[in-house]
Design a protein around this ligand. Structure first.
Ligand SMILES: [Zn+2]
Length: 197
């Protein structure tokens, strides 16, 4: 529709999640008319996120050092481990202030329709962590939807024979939803009222 650089920018923006063609066009023209210093800052932020951010070697949360801020925090307990799908879920749970243990980020959920099985998630790494014997309780905080439930069931079956207490977040979370969209109070209550499985 447009030529050259502006169309290229619209196309790239349109590939981002949640950005439709109209939004892509609006953002592209906003950038075009923006102050050059603002655009440079945005471009730098995009480049730096790819250069600097990596995954924590312990829990697979996002980090800028070998271990993330939470894994480096010696005040946090090592006996309770909370399993989540994505780094954004760590942020959601941290906001509740209810949890002082550590995390394990799976990198998604079991989803046969999209060809995602246990081997595509960081389940092997989770089992290695549990094998150290430090963890006494595992909290399954995968999303309250079909894939999240399937993943929680799978993990419970694998972990319970190891003699580790396994719990799942209490109901009250919007079913079919995404953990990150739950408000702090609801998520905090779900955490407090977790039930063993
Ligand atoms: Zn970590």
């Amino acid at each position: 529709m447009y030529e050259g650089a502006i169309q290229n920018l619209i196309d790239e923006l349109g590939r981002l999640p949640g950005v439709g063609p109209k939004s892509a066009q609006r953002i592209a023209f906003h950038i075009l008319s923006a102050d050059p210093a603002d655009v440079t800052r945005l471009a730098t932020a995009l480049r730096r996120v790819k250069e600097l951010v990596r995954f924590c070697t312990v829990c697979f949360n996002v980090a800028e050092t070998e271990q993330c801020r939470i894994c480096r925090d010696t005040r946090r307990g090592v006996d309770v481990l909370c399993v989540v799908e994505e780094p954004k879920d760590v942020v959601a749970i941290e906001r509740t202030g209810e949890f002082r243990g550590r995390y394990h980020v799976l990198g998604g959920a079991i989803n046969p329709l999209e060809g995602i099985g246990p081997d595509n998630l960081r389940i092997r790494e989770l089992m290695l962590r549990l094998g150290s014997g430090d963890v006494k309780e595992l909290i399954l905080a995968t999303d309250p939807n079909t894939e999240g439930e399937a993943t929680a069931t799978y993990l419970a079956l694998m972990v319970k024979p190891m003699g580790i207490a396994v719990s799942r977040l209490a109901s009250g979370l919007p079913v079919g939803g995404d953990l990150e969209y739950a408000d702090e109070i609801t998520l905090g209550r779900a955490f407090e009222g977790r039930r063993s499985v």
